[in-house]
Design a protein around this ligand. Structure first.
Ligand code: HEC
Ligand SMILES: [Cu+2]
Length: 354
């Protein structure tokens, strides 16, 4: 609230000051607004890994270059308006014209493009999944309308599958193999680097690394339909040991036991078998593959790919209001199921916390 008040008074003082000061005032204000976006969990200017640092460097180099070009063009443009009365022979005119064409049309673009390539090519190279001494962890990320499927094919004891949350080891390179299940999406964790298209029928690869354990925001970066803006991904980098523990807890045997052992949830499991099993997988209970895997849904921090925070009662609320919370999403409204049953389903799913 205080921020809003100070912003309002800044705008008011811009409006009420004199003309010359007004111009400076607006310039300052717009600069302030533009740097306000430079931090946060989705800022490319606040890198948390080597690939993102490269991207930031290229960004600054390009900004610097663009600024120099802008100033250069402006100076030349102003110079062109300067009145002068020199008589030139046609040969002199031709020579001057040729100088401009060769200098501005060939030398300048060749040097600037070469300089940019010198920064860009090594940076792109570092993001390529080139062979390493020790093969890095592979995480598969598959974009769906409008949620994320995340698979760990290298997990000890068998592949681990989850959704809408990506846990990765920190301090080591990780290869992301990305694709799309329906339309084109794009995988983008701005503070780690990227972005890369997720294409149906093709696997794109990118190598990213998080310097330290931290939580990052990610977002689908390719317009993919009505739910695109609601397609966030929660990314958490954890120490290697914690990562291994996290994976081990998500082995099918562990998850099946978690989902089936507690008999107080029999009603919920029955309702699940009738209404939900065709679309959702819960280890030991169902095999559906249309929607997110729910075997560990209780351990998510967000539901619906970021539309609501996971807290007590959140799953039941999602079941009752998901078409309002995330309009147009691909899960049918369940108006035909009574609230008690939805509450029971929610309560059971929330216990699925490995
Ligand atoms: C026709 C297929 C379909 C059916 C039937 C279905 N769902 Fe879904 N469900 C989806 C899809 C698709 C999503 C992803 C929606 C999104 O976020 O865009 C989803 C999302 C969810 C989520 C959020 C998961 C997350 O990680 O954010 C929960 C919880 C859920 N469904 C539970 C249920 C329950 C319980 C039932 C039965 C009452 C059910 N679903 C029936 C397709 C289905
Ligand atoms: Cu999208």
């Amino acid at each position: 609230m205080r921020e809003r008040n100070s912003a309002t008074s800044a705008i008011m003082s811009c409006l009420t000051s004199r003309r010359a000061r007004q111009a400076a005032c607006w310039l300052g204000l717009s600069l302030l607004l533009s740097v306000a976006g430079c931090t946060g969990d989705r800022s490319i200017l606040d890198p948390a890994g080597p690939a993102a640092r490269d991207v930031r460097l290229i960004w600054w180099v390009m900004l610097g270059f663009a600024t120099i070009v802008l100033i250069g063009v402006t100076v030349v443009w102003l110079y062109a308006f300067k009145p002068r009365n020199v008589e030139r022979t046609p040969a002199q005119e031709r020579r001057i014209a040729r100088r401009w064409i060769i200098g501005g049309g060939l030398v300048l673009p060749i040097t600037s493009v070469t300089a940019l390539l010198m920064f860009g090519v090594p940076a792109g190279q570092r993001m390529l999944p080139l062979p390493l001494g020790e093969p890095p962890e592979v995480i598969e990320v598959i974009g769906h309308q409008w949620w994320w499927e995340v698979r760990y094919p290298g997990a000890e004891g068998g592949e681990v599958v989850t959704a809408n949350q990506l846990v990765m080891p920190a301090g080591e390179p990780v290869d992301f193999h990305v694709s799309g299940a329906d339309v084109i999406h794009a995988f983008w964790v701005p503070r780690l680097g990227g972005k890369i298209d997720m294409l149906p029928g093709r696997v794109n690869k990118i190598r990213l690394e998080a310097d330290e354990p931290a939580v990052f925001g990610a977002q689908c970066a390719e317009l993919c339909g009505v739910g695109h803006a609601h397609m966030h991904l929660y990314v958490e980098a954890v120490p290697r040991e914690a990562f291994d523990t996290w994976l081990a807890a998500r082995q099918d045997a562990e998850l099946s036991e978690l989902a089936t052992q507690d008999t107080t949830h029999d009603v919920a499991r029955e309702a699940f078998a009738t209404h939900c099993a065709s679309c959702h997988q819960v280890a030991g209970v169902s095999q559906g593959g249309v929607g997110p895997n729910l075997s560990d849904v209780g351990s998510r921090t967000m539901l619906g790919a970021g539309v609501m925070a996971m807290e007590e009662g959140a799953v039941s609320q999602w079941l009752q209001q998901h078409q309002t919370l995330k309009p147009g999403n691909r899960m049918p409204a369940h108006d035909d199921i009574d609230t008690d049953t939805l509450d029971a389903l929610g309560a059971w799913l929330e216990t699925l916390t490995p």
